[in-house]
Design a protein around this ligand. Structure first.
Ligand code: SAH
Length: 288
């Protein structure tokens, strides 16, 4: 029996770059759904000798690789994140020096809270040739799968992407949450689950209203996607009562309300829109 995925369909017409031995392509795999891979990512999967992938890369995505490609898991272990990161970066250097065509595959976008900048810098410092392939970041594409537009004309003219971990990987204390609370229209928080109580507390203390809408989207774009709609004041209790687990994106702001009309997955499953005008504009969306 032949696995249908191992028969490569041709890429659409175009001048696709060829992976050269000794190169590392640092590539985003998107948030989960393999359909959100870029064509450059697919082109890379078709050619790589070695694929070094993260915990957040879905197995379905790896199914697009050449069957003979070697897949190396480089997920983070707890404990010493910086030492581990050094090992991963140097492993990439070694593989490149062995003359392999190396695909470094990371969840979402490699340059968004993914240490892609550090890895690429190490490679370049060691004289290794690099190509960067952006991906769809969970904080944009993951929210879109939940029916939340990260910008909306009636809500925000800016978005603030925040990580819930500081450099030590432990606490969000090094961030100026007061400045973020005061300056951010819509907040998109990566890696915020562990410290959700501290983050919500800091935002409330800095004056964000307790009834401000919040959504938590876990395992976004996968079949296991779950969405919790709550408010800043009820986030902690609702999260504790829920079965949502990381990875999850937390979105704070009125754009969350748009899910009441834009939950396209719910609509596709036969649900009716909950509210056709959740922002209370009082006029059709197409009217400016
Ligand atoms: N480079 C990635 C982010 C890596 S940091 C990107 O651009 O998306 C890891 C964090 O990303 C997780 O803690 C979570 O907050 C978020 N994340 C990644 N994939 C996700 C997914 N499928 N669903 C929800 N959140 C996700």
């Amino acid at each position: 029996m032949t696995d249908s995925l191992s028969i490569p369909a041709p890429l659409p017409g175009g001048d696709w770059p060829e992976m050269q031995p000794g190169w590392v392509w640092l590539c985003g795999a998107g948030p989960g759904d393999p359909g959100l891979l870029t064509l450059h990512a697919l082109n890379a999967l078709r050619q790589a000798d070695v694929i070094v992938y993260d915990a957040l890369v879905q197995k379905d995505v790896l199914a697009w690789a050449r069957p003979e490609a070697e897949a190396i898991y480089a997920g983070k272990r707890g404990g010493k994140p910086s030492a581990k990161q050094r090992d991963i970066s140097l492993r990439l250097v070694d593989l490149a020096r062995e003359g392999k065509r190396v695909l470094r595959l990371k969840g979402g976008d490699p340059f968004v809270f993914g240490r892609g900048g550090e890895e690429a810098q190490t490679l370049i410092q060691h004289g290794v040739n690099v190509r960067i392939i952006p991906g769809i970041s969970a904080g944009i594409g993951g929210l879109a799968y939940a029916g939340i537009p990260v910008t909306h004309r009636d809500v925000n003219q800016s978005v603030t992407f925040v990580t819930g971990h500081d450099q030590s990987g432990n606490t969000p204390s090094s961030l100026n949450w007061r400045a973020i609370a005061e300056g951010a229209q819509v907040l998109v928080i990566y890696m915020g689950m562990k410290h959700a109580p501290q983050i919500a507390g800091a935002l409330l203390e800095a004056g964000r209203p307790a009834d401000e809408p919040v959504a938590v989207v876990s395992e976004a774009t996968t079949a296991a996607q779950k969405v919790l709609e709550t408010t800043l004041g009820t986030l902690v209790a609702d999260l504790a009562a829920s079965d949502l687990e990381p990875p999850a994106i937390i979105c704070v702001g009125r754009s969350v309300l748009m899910r009441q009309v834009l939950d396209w997955q719910g609509l596709a499953a036969g649900q009716a829109p909950r509210n056709l005008d959740p922002l209370g504009r009082g006029r059709p969306a197409e009217a400016s």
